[in-house]
Design a protein. Structure first.
Length: 256
């Protein structure tokens, strides 16, 4: 089923994971599939999505690849069409983009493009799924420590991720008691995006290349699967937890 963008039979349990083509999204998709959920794997690029679905199916799980740009109306509609009338047990918004820029250099196009992926897409995908959420469903927004602790060049990214925190708190109230809504504020995780951002920071701050990890108490970046463990717990297991923002930043918030 790797090339399919629809579910032939309504499954008992369904998970929707954006950003499934790599990194945290892929790790979440794999963990949900291992728990018996059929996973709607959403991402911009078809080939990485097929790889994710192939990994899941090779392990005995079920998944559907849905190539879609979550920042566009068409992309949101594609995700909702793939879900169809099925009940959704878990939703993880792991898709994200970060283009570090000093505020003086931020264009309107960069601003709108970054918010479209990091905030607008998650908002309207969630809106479209409200009527399809199973009782007790868990929604997890993936925010960032940049929403809590500022860094150079992160004004747009930090603002978009801070907005997810506000969305989490308010949506948890709106969806109670039917569904739970939580948020993780991640520190450095070893993904392609973080590597690119870290390199941009290092280029702008020679001699300070390891600052994003040195400020963490655990002194290393997390693996995507380590982040996925926490996200899985909030989405499926923490049945009495809703409306929280959980910093997973290796102690960076505690050091404020």
């Amino acid at each position: 089923m790797p090339h399919s963008a629809s579910i032939p039979d309504t499954p008992a349990k369904l998970a929707v994971v954006t950003g499934s083509g790599s990194g945290i999204g892929r790790a979440c998709a794999q963990r949900f599939a291992a728990r018996g959920l059929t996973v709607i794997c959403v991402g911009r690029r078809s080939e990485p999505l097929r790889e994710t679905v192939g990994m899941i199916e090779a392990s005995g799980g079920a998944a559907v690849a849905v190539p879609a740009d979550v920042s566009s109306i068409g992309g949101v509609k594609a995700v909702l069409a793939a879900v169809g009338p099925a009940e959704v047990q878990a939703v993880v918004h792991a898709a994200g983009t970060d283009q570090p820029s000093a505020m003086a250099d931020v264009t309107r196009e960069l601003y709108e493009a970054e918010l479209a992926v990091n905030l607008t897409g998650p908002y309207f995908i969630t809106q479209g799924l409200i009527g399809r959420l199973a009782v007790g469903a868990g929604i997890v927004f993936v925010s960032s420590s940049s929403a809590i602790r500022g860094r150079d060049g992160q004004s747009v990214y930090g603002a978009s991720k801070a907005a997810l925190i506000g969305l989490t708190i308010n949506l948890a109230i709106e969806l109670k008691p039917h569904a739970r809504v939580n948020c993780v504020a991640l520190g450095a995780v070893r993904t392609a995006m973080i590597e690119r951002v870290a390199q941009a920071y290092a280029d702008a701050h020679p001699g300070d290349e390891g600052a994003h990890v040195a400020a963490d108490m655990l002194r290393r970046a997390a693996d995507p699967h380590e982040a996925a463990v926490t996200i899985e717990h909030l989405a499926l297991d923490a049945v009495m937890v809703t409306g929280i923002v959980l910093p997973m930043d290796k102690g960076r918030t505690a050091a404020l």
